[in-house]
Design a protein around this ligand. Structure first.
Ligand code: NAD
Length: 384
């Protein structure tokens, strides 16, 4: 029998509820696909509130060692980040520590789900978001702190730049290598999966060297490394066979995604743009509860729900586990266990179509019957 060890971080808030159901569904999908010839072996890694209670640390050294030395794939529930104070985001810390440079979020419509769009079925995009740079690099100084005052004084003295001395400051580092490796991932995916286009989304009209750099480096990479297999939009023929590379300014992209979703396929973008855009796209097809995600680096691939800890519904069996289940589907695909991945996605789709869904979906689905998180998991298993 072929086995694969999958490390999991339960997560805070609704994390344990969605993780329990997701593991159940994924095990069932593997069983269905390979009739006992393959099996996932689950091993827990402590992080977040559970880790803090057991060890005094939110991200214990042992957990980091395990992820660094043993894990190649992991499934993660959401982790709490206090706003404005306390520790830095564990999610961001994990992404940076393990250099999980590509955040991949496929966004598609599941029939039956209520969406604010007239034709949500036209949305079928995958967002590749750069995950380690940009204003999310975590380089910030509090207003009036000695560090902020020092930087402001340096800028005035060395570069003649005047900044309000009372300003809080943040830096936005973006590199050629960081941008290129992200765009490379998107193009490789596009070629492998036979997709139509990659759109570079940026705000280069305003931030010329950072966001503008992302656009320029993206085009350069496409031409140098994938020359014959990619073509720029303006040179593409009608019915173009090659992967089309185009770019859009971020604010335009938000309206394009609403007005002309069928014109967009894969999206490669910087960290902050990607964060906003992937949540907005998820909302277009019915909300965050359904959107899966992965954070991928060269040695570790971390698959996670895109929603947060949902403290308002935690412990009440009301959470929709689909996001983590579908993230698990991406994990199976990443392992090359495509049959089990396909069963996972198809059974979530079927369960939703049958209309027994969690409260977040039931609210807008006429004729549906509300069920709890556990029961929804059972329905998904029953649809295999
Ligand atoms: P949230 O995603 O936790 O919740 C926003 C709203 O959506 C809430 O009303 C919640 O009940 C609802 N919701 C979210 N997921 C749902 C699901 N699967 N099913 C049904 N309803 C769902 O966002 P928030 O309230 O802004 O953040 C809460 C905490 O989660 C914060 O500490 C934040 O930092 C953290 N967070 C973590 C991650 C992560 O671990 N990747 C991502 C986002 C937020």
């Amino acid at each position: 029998m072929e086995t694969k060890k999958v490390y999991f971080i339960e997560g805070d808030g609704v994390g344990p509820e969605v993780m329990r159901v997701a593991r159940l569904v994924l095990d069932r999908a593997v069983q269905q696909a390979y009739a006992g010839q393959k099996q996932l072996l689950w091993e827990e890694v402590l992080a977040g509130e559970k880790a803090r209670q057991k060890t005094g640390h939110s991200l214990p050294k042992e957990s980091l060692m395990t992820l660094r030395e043993e894990a190649s794939v992991a499934l993660k529930g959401p982790l709490t980040t206090p706003v404005g104070s306390g520790f830095r985001s564990l999610n961001v810390a994990l992404r940076q520590m393990f250099d999980l440079f590509a955040c991949i979020r496929p966004i598609r419509y599941f029939p039956g789900v209520v969406s604010p769009l007239k034709c949500p079925e036209l949305v079928d995009m995958v967002v590749f978001r750069e995950n380690t740079e940009d204003v999310y690099a975590g380089i910030e100084w509090e207003a009036k702190s000695p560090e902020a005052e020092k930087v402001i004084a340096f800028l005035r003295k060395e570069l003649g730049i005047e900044i309000d001395p009372a300003a809080a400051l943040g830096l936005k580092p973006m590199t050629e290598s960081g941008s290129k490796r992200l765009v490379r991932k998107a193009i490789e995916y596009g070629l492998k999966k036979n997709r139509r286009s990659v759109t570079l989304v940026h705000k280069g009209n305003i931030m010329k060297y950072t966001e503008g750099g992302f656009r320029r480096w993206g085009y350069e990479l496409a031409e140098r490394e994938f020359g014959g297999r990619c073509v720029r939009e303006e040179q593409a023929a009608p019915g173009e066979e090659r992967l089309v590379i185009k770019d859009r300014i971020a604010d335009n992209m938000f309206q394009q995604a609403l007005i002309n979703p069928r014109d967009y396929d894969l999206i490669a973008t910087s960290n902050l743009n990607g964060d906003y855009l992937s949540d907005a796209l998820a909302a277009q097809v019915g909300g965050l509860g359904l959107a899966p995600g992965a954070n991928i680096g060269d040695s570790l691939a971390l698959f996670e729900a895109t929603h947060g800890t949902a403290p308002d519904i935690a412990g009440r069996d009301r959470v929709n586990p689909s996001s983590l289940i579908l993230s698990g589907g991406m994990l199976l695909e990443h392992l090359g266990w495509d049959e089990a991945a396909a069963i996972t996605v198809a059974s979530v789709e079927k369960a939703i179509r049958e209309g027994r869904v969690t409260a977040d979906l039931a609210r807008g689905m006429p004729g549906s019957q509300e069920c709890g998180c556990r029961e929804f998991g059972d329905c998904v298993c029953g649809c295999m």
